[in-house]
Design a protein around this ligand. Structure first.
Ligand code: ADP
Ligand code: ASP
Ligand code: MG
Length: 430
């Protein structure tokens, strides 16, 4: 029996009852002979509540203090979880990210892990403890300041520790039974996926399926750590995310490999906004100037579209999408460089949504794109931006249209299940 890393999300530890329920589950793994490292998120919607609180005090709080505040959420849950485990008669010790050796760069609010030195975790395990680690946080290598890894970052903490400790598996416990063909909160007929390859999961995560964070999947792929996404509320097998297909044991045919699906699923995201730079001179160097300004402000962008240049004016419009949380910063940075870049005005629209269809089979099935647009058109959904990769096609629409569009596409690609409805055990979907 080897070492397992288990991560419990906020909805699994939303209240005292949840913490006690999770503690029992952790103790079971220990009793089965595993060494257990647990990564825990802040209780329920604590992180959102702390963000709201900060915004009431200051509209743009300094990154360092913001991280100090947000990491408090995970400190509360790690200590309570260790107490609950001790109460069941087992030894447990809690550690902050910094104590667990999670070393990051110094970009506050979205730091990257650059090293993991889990010496204290190893010692705690060797002494027979269950180690509880606060997710979503680390310490910067140069300034020794407390950092956070971006929303949903506890997933990344878990995989990074699993890699550093050479764990057998990284189990991500959440409030649904695994990764589904669409968000079960939106599509009741979504189906649980038994196995999904890292590549497809990367695209789903990047397109907004927040059941796993994109960076966590990237990390798992780099170190080849299998992830098992499952519910902390049920005993069911969840979804395996790995490079090698899952082998299922069947009574009739013996071992059988689970096939890669042509379409993995439909993802949606309403956390982005669209910026349009209006009246940009249609000459070389303009796009470079705009996106240099954005990248200097350390803002990550997603889709970009340059509209057809209006020949008579010699001007063009450039639109791009970015996280809503960075909208203010982007507008400020562009306004500051307005004279240098040379554009007329800026437009900001935060009432957009993105819908993406993901699947390895797209490479070889040219009809997929047309079917996707047909499904949207049948649902009366207007498309504003389009972008594609080898195994994904995404569109931007009005935010109000997103849920309807996801259901229409899911159904059009034959992904609706005809049996059980997908269960959502907890969480507020916030
Ligand atoms: P946790 O608090 O455990 O980290 P999250 O809220 O971050 O949980 O992620 C779980 C949620 O992800 C689910 O409740 C579900 O609404 C959402 N979700 C979005 N897309 C998917 C998908 N394809 N499969 C499963 N869940 C999804
Ligand atoms: N508590 C953090 C958040 O809500 C990190 C996490 O849950 O993974 O984003
Ligand atoms: Mg999460």
């Amino acid at each position: 029996m080897g070492l397992v890393v288990q991560k419990y999300g906020g909805s699994s530890v939303a209240d005292a009852e949840g913490i006690k329920r999770v503690a029992k589950r952790i103790v079971e793994a220990k009793k089965n002979g595993h060494q257990v490292v647990v990564v825990v998120s802040a209780m329920g919607d604590t992180t959102d509540e702390l963000i709201d609180l900060a915004e009431q005090v200051s509209p743009m709080p300094a990154g360092r203090e913001f991280d100090m505040l947000l990491t408090a959420g995970e400190r509360i849950s790690m200590a309570l979880l260790a107490m609950a485990i001790k109460n069941l008669g087992h030894e447990a010790q809690s550690f902050t990210g910094s104590q667990a050796g999670v070393i990051t760069d110094s970009v506050h609010n979205k730091a990257r892990i650059i090293d993991v030195t889990p010496g204290r975790i190893r010692t705690a395990l060797d002494e027979g403890n269950i180690a509880i680690v606060a997710g979503f946080q680390g310490v910067s290598q140069d300034k020794k300041d407390i950092t956070t890894l971006g929303r949903g970052g506890s997933d990344t903490t878990a995989v990074a520790l699993a890699a550093a400790l050479d764990a057998e598996v990284c189990e991500i416990y959440t409030d649904v039974d695994g990764v589904f063909t669409a968000d079960p909160r939106v599509v009741k007929k979504a189906q649980k996926i038994d196995w999904i390859a890292f590549e497809d999961m990367l695209e789903l995560a990047a397109s907004g399926s927040k059941v796993l964070l994109h960076r966590c999947v990237e990390y798992a792929r780099r170190y080849n750590i299998p992830i098992h996404v499952r519910s902390s509320f049920s005993g069911l097998q969840g979804t395996w995310v790995s490079s090698e297909p899952l082998v299922q044991k069947t009574q009739q045919q013996g071992d059988q490999k689970v096939e890669q699906a042509i379409i993995s699923g439909v993802a949606h995201d309403t956390s982005e906004a669209k910026v349009t730079v209006v009246g940009v001179p249609d000459k070389p160097g303009e796009a470079a100037a705009i996106f240099r300004t954005i990248s200097d402000a350390e803002i990550n962008i997603d889709m970009i579209v340059q509209n057809v240049s209006a020949a008579s004016t010699g001007l063009t419009d450039i639109s791009f999408t970015l996280p809503k949380a960075e909208g203010r910063k982007a507008i400020d940075a562009l306004e500051k460089n307005k004279a240098g870049i040379g554009f007329d005005s800026l437009r900001y629209d935060d009432q957009i949504g993105k819908i993406s269809l993901v699947g390895a089979g797209m490479k070889t099935n040219p009809g997929v794109t047309a079917d996707f647009f047909q499904a949207l058109s049948d649902a009366g959904v207007n498309i504003e931006l389009i972008s594609t990769s080898e195994i994904r096609i995404s569109v931007v629409t009005r935010a109000d249209d997103v849920n309807e569009a996801v259901r229409a596409v899911h159904s059009a690609f034959g992904l609706d299940s005809d049996s059980d409805e997908a269960v959502v055990y907890g969480g507020t979907g916030r």
